[in-house]
Write a protein that binds this ligand. Structure first.
Ligand code: ACO
Length: 372
């Protein structure tokens, strides 16, 4: 028997086609349904991008108005859900709270097991509408504050900031936040999206697929990196210490969070747009020291390892300056990526084939059971 080639970590393995987005590492480009992500960030609201990911086309004004009405009317969490989430221990990471919230929202949805593309569209919108309130709850409880009632007179990004921070910040901050949501919305067959597709491929329900995806995103090699970037910045302290810190960290084989990418080897296509957004937030929020640290670490990192920053590198400090606590950075990523995940879940469901790879056995040779 010939020895099969093993693709550790599925690196370079093409498992399916997708119409949702295209990552092109040769040209450092990312498109959603054919539109460059930079153009979407510059010209579209996050609600428009969500519609595009779900339906394949940008919405007409009427389609957008209908989606907005449906989204705004579902933003509030039930009292039962709020009290259950607040009963979790203070030590629970906000990602655990989010994962639990999605699981409860599934268990309380009478259509949970109606596994059709149409029913999933409604479930996707429901989660899209409610996740900001869950993220907000996790931050506010950290400060001893009760949840706020979402406002249906505000757009998605404005309301998200309002329910979390208690006020709608300057339009430039709202725009920078919305940019981050657009950039985080979708990224092809990344680990969490693939997880969602694996679960869907067993014909399990959307809430189960999203719950599993949240688990995959939590890890620091994936979405958890935006929190880890801020922890590293705190550890380093100031720009003048960055190079010496790196010279000590690299020989210790530490992974420097916010750098490197499985697909992009010449730079993450989303970083210039988010770096610009970070700059705008820093100007308004006295963030020059953080910007200096950003550059002071990025330059020697590239010189030492040839590694470029990924999206989490500018997103982490931008969220910090906007007023978010570090443990809610990855939950914000979830509230954005729910759009891409659910687009993929429906794409998988519409042309399903069970995802089930094989492996090469490397344990002991077959042996007899000898029980004493
Ligand atoms: N810091 C230090 N060394 C690194 C880093 C890093 N961030 N990234 C890669 N390397 C090194 C590895 O140690 C390895 O070196 P070696 O060959 O001497 O052992 C080499 O580069 C290849 O690294 P792999 O981990 O095999 O590369 P892979 O393509 O599998 O990894 C990954 C991609 C997991 C993202 C990696 O770059 C990493 O761990 N980065 C830090 C975590 C991070 O920022 N994740 C966010 C991803 S983007 C997102 O989710 C929005």
């Amino acid at each position: 028997m010939s020895t099969p080639t093993i693709h550790k970590g599925l690196a370079g393995v093409v498992v399916d086609t997708t119409e949702v987005s295209m990552v092109n590492p040769d040209t450092n480009s990312l498109t959603y349904r054919g539109y460059a992500v930079q153009d979407l960030a510059a010209h579209c609201s996050f609600e428009q991008v969500a519609y595009l990911l779900w339906h394949g086309e940008l919405p007409t004004p009427q389609q957008l108005a209908e989606q907005n009405d449906a989204e705004r009317s579902q933003r509030a969490l039930s009292t039962d859900l709020v009290e259950t989430l607040l009963a979790l221990p203070d030590t629970a990471h906000p990602m655990d709270t989010l994962r639990t919230a999605v699981s409860i929202l599934g268990a309380t949805d009478p259509t949970e097991d109606v596994n059709t593309v149409e029913a999933n569209q409604q479930k996707a919108l429901r989660l899209f509408a409610k996740l900001p309130a869950v993220v907000a709850l996790t931050q506010r409880r950290r400060h001893g504050l009760r949840p706020l009632t979402p406002r249906d007179d505000l757009g998605f990004a404005e309301n998200f900031l309002y329910v979390t921070l208690g006020e709608v910040p300057e339009p430039e901050i709202v725009r920078a936040f919305e940019t981050s949501l657009v950039l985080y919305a979708e990224h092809s067959f990344n680990a969490s999206t693939f997880t969602a597709r694996v679960v869907t491929s067993t014909l399990s329900d959307l809430y189960s697929a999203v719950t599993a995806a949240i688990g995959a995103l939590k890890g620091p090699l994936h979405g958890g990196a935006n929190e880890a970037v801020m922890e590293i910045f705190t550890e380093i302290g100031s720009a003048d210490r960055a190079e010496a810190w790196l010279q000590q960290a690299l020989p210790e084989k530490r992974k420097i969070m916010g750098f490197g990418h499985r697909v992009y080897k010449n730079g993450d296509s989303r970083v210039p747009t988010m770096r610009q957004a970070l700059q705008e937030v820093a100007e308004l929020r006295n963030g020059q020291q953080l910007l200096d640290l950003y550059e002071a670490l990025a330059k020697p990192m590239y010189a030492a390892k040839g590694l470029h920053p990924n999206l989490d590198y500018p997103a982490g400090p931008a969220y910090h300056l906007m007023g978010f606590d570090t443990p809610v950075f990855t939950p914000i990523f979830v509230a954005a990526r729910i759009t891409g995940w659910t687009a993929h879940i429906n794409e998988q469901l519409a042309a399903n084939s069970l995802i089930r790879p094989t492996s090469v056995y490397s344990g002991p040779a077959q042996r007899a059971v000898a029980v004493a």
